[in-house]
Design a protein around this ligand. Structure first.
Ligand SMILES: [Zn+2]
Length: 133
């Protein structure tokens, strides 16, 4: 019976002439290496092997990584504003950006009230109360 062999490469583009690094057995390893190298893509190779372990078919799929985040940013808080009245929301890196967003929103929509949340990586959202008083 035929079986599949899957491995991952980190690569810098989807062009024919690209830099590839690997192979890795898991997507996580390839992704970590891609981030270290500043590469924006993963390449997933799938080999279909026959009984004699001969490669019968090669499939490869490019996966674009979400925008590379500088390591320092991974641990900083991201601020989220969300309107309690209409549900419109936005994300910000700086406090003043959240305030400007809230000012504009509350100016444009009478009687709407914007709430502020901060998100620590992997910890979900936490509301910051009384931020506009
Ligand atoms: Zn609103």
């Amino acid at each position: 019976m035929a079986y599949r062999e899957i491995f991952w490469m980190a690569c810098d583009s989807t062009e024919q002439l690209r830099a590839e690094y690997g192979p890795f057995l898991t997507r996580g390893e390839a992704e970590a290496e891609a981030r270290k190298l500043g590469f924006g893509y993963l390449l997933r190779y799938e080999h279909l092997l026959g009984e004699d372990e001969e490669i019968q078919e090669v499939r490869c799929i490019f996966i674009e990584l979400p925008e590379t985040v500088p390591p320092a940013e991974l641990f900083s808080f991201t601020l989220h504003t969300r309107c309690a009245t209409c549900g419109e929301s936005a994300a910000h890196n700086k406090n003043w950006q959240a305030e400007v967003w809230a000012d504009i929103h509350e100016f444009e929509h009478a009687r709407h009230r914007v709430r502020l949340f901060e998100r620590a990586r992997g910890q979900g959202l936490k509301e910051i109360g009384g931020w506009r008083s």
